[in-house]
Each structure stands twice: as structure tokens, then as C-alpha cells.
Design a protein around this ligand. Structure first.
Ligand code: HEC
Length: 239
């Protein structure tokens, strides 16, 4: 009987000691799923024309996330005197009368004096170069459209709901080649790390204690935030 007691005490002591060696798990952010609105079934209402490139929806996020990071063309760093955080300043690099000779467009090419964004950032894809040129050709307007299309928070996936948003709004600063704050958001594996430790949701919802992201422009739209939230809640699948 006495031996049994000794054994019990030993087991207790060892399990306590062992506890100390187990690293504390990262506390996952608690996501209140009740705040994710159910899928909206109202008909698609949009005045976004598929033929128009909009400044607010496409050009501003593309430019700020690839050019207006700290050390480059934000208001404080203003490299070469160039600020690319808002319409008025961006227009200083645009020539509506001769779109292809706009500095905003010319600088994107490898054969320009100094390609932008410079290495280690990768060169703009031809699709993105095309968007900049098309927007200038369409008059470089300070335009936007509203899209109250169905916000599906049920059928969410990494490839359709999460990755495109991060590519537009975040990867310019958080690329594998030059990750701001050491944070790479360019691949599923890398994103899952920040989805798991709560920093992804904390930053895009502007929760207390997190740096609000994207850092250079306003908050993501409610639909995008809810879709990312739904993807996290459903287990962060690589789908
Ligand atoms: C213009 C550049 C820029 C853009 C665009 C940007 N980030 Fe950041 N991000 C930063 C910088 C710089 C930091 C470090 C902030 C600091 O420490 O002050 C950071 C920090 C973070 C952090 C850590 C925050 C924390 O409090 O732990 C996360 C997560 C993050 N960004 C996610 C994102 C996401 C998601 C997006 C897109 C929705 C995004 N970022 C867009 C530059 C950017």
C-alpha cells in the first residue's frame, strides 16, 4: 500500500515536471462565428463594368501594396520625391495624353532606367502592367464602382476566396522575396501560420493589439473579411 502511494506521488511529480517542458500552444484567436452573416441571397446588384479598370477597386490596392511600403513611396519615405498613396500623388506620374509614356507605366519594365518595384521584388506581371495602362488609356479617372453581389461565406476556399484578396492587398509588402515584418503571405503554407496564430484575422479586422492591415490603405471590405474569417473557421483548408 505504501509503495502505491510513493508511485502515485512520483507520477504526479513527473507529470508536473514534464508540463513545464511542453511549449505553450499559441493561443488561437477565438472567432465568433455568429458574426459571420449567412450567405446573402439577394440578386447581384453591381454597377461595375467588366470593361472598366477602376481606381479604387484595382489600381490603388495594386500600387499601394507594391510601391507605397515604408522605405519606398509612402508619405514619409517618398523615394525620389515620389508618393504613391493616393490619387492626387499617383496622377503626378501619369500622362493621360500619352498613356504608354507615363512614368507610372514605363518604370514597370526591365529595360527602364530603374525598374520598379526594384529587386528583390518581382517584376509586375503582364496582366498587372496591362491594368495600369488600360486605366490610364481610359482617362486615369478617380473612379470606383459598387458591387453588392452575393457575398458567399459558405462556399469559401483558399484559392477562390483568400489567395486573390491577399495577392491584391498584401503580397506586395508580404512577399517571399521581401516580407515586411518577416511575414510572407504568398503561399498557402505561409498564410496558414498567421491564420493559426490569430495574426491574420487580428490584423485585417483591426482588432486591439494587432497592427491594422493593409497598412497603407483602408480596411478590407466586409465581404472579404467575412470570407477569410469563414475560411479560417472551417479549418484553413488548402482548397
Ligand atoms: C504597404 C505595405 C503593407 C501592406 C500593403 C500590408 N502590410 Fe502587413 N505589415 C506591413 C509592415 C511594415 C508590418 C510591420 C508593422 C509594424 O511592426 O509596425 C506589417 C505587419 C503585419 C502583420 C503582423 C501584425 C501584428 O500585429 O502581429 C500581419 C499579420 C500583416 N502585416 C498582415 C497583412 C495583411 C493580411 C495584409 C493585407 C490585407 C497586409 N499585411 C498588407 C506592411 C504591409
Amino acid at each position: 500500500m505504501k509503495n502505491l502511494w510513493v508511485l502515485a506521488v512520483l507520477i504526479l511529480v513527473f507529470s508536473c515536471l514534464n508540463d513545464k517542458n511542453i511549449p505553450l500552444p499559441v493561443k488561437p484567436i477565438s472567432i465568433d462565428t455568429t458574426t459571420i452573416p449567412p450567405v446573402v441571397t439577394t440578386p447581384v446588384v453591381t454597377n461595375c463594368s467588366p470593361d472598366t479598370v477602376y481606381f479604387s477597386q484595382t489600381i490603388l490596392p495594386l500600387i499601394t501594396s507594391n510601391c507605397a511600403m515604408s522605405g519606398c513611396h509612402d508619405v514619409i519615405s517618398r523615394k525620389e520625391g515620389v508618393i504613391l498613396t493616393d490619387y492626387t500623388n499617383i496622377m503626378r506620374e501619369v500622362k493621360v495624353s500619352s498613356p504608354a509614356s507615363s512614368d507610372l507605366y514605363k518604370c514597370l519594365f526591365a529595360n527602364s532606367e530603374e525598374r520598379m518595384p526594384p529587386a528583390p521584388a518581382t517584376e509586375f506581371s503582364s496582366a498587372n502592367k496591362g491594368l495600369i495602362l488600360k486605366w490610364i488609356q481610359q482617362g486615369a479617372k478617380n473612379n470606383s464602382c459598387s458591387n453588392t453581389a452575393t457575398c458567399d461565406t459558405v462556399n469559401v476556399s483558399f484559392s477562390a476566396s483568400v489567395s486573390p484578396v491577399l495577392k491584391t492587398y498584401c503580397v506586395g509588402c508580404h512577399s517571399a522575396a521581401s516580407p515586411s515584418a518577416g511575414i510572407d503571405l504568398s503561399t498557402y503554407t505561409a498564410v496558414k501560420v498567421y491564420a493559426t496564430n490569430g495574426r491574420l484575422m487580428g490584423s485585417i479586422t483591426h482588432a486591439a493589439g494587432y497592427k491594422p492591415m493593409p497598412s497603407s490603405i483602408s480596411k478590407l471590405g466586409a465581404c472579404e473579411i467575412n470570407q477569410i474569417k469563414a475560411w479560417v473557421t472551417k479549418g484553413m483548408l488548402n482548397n
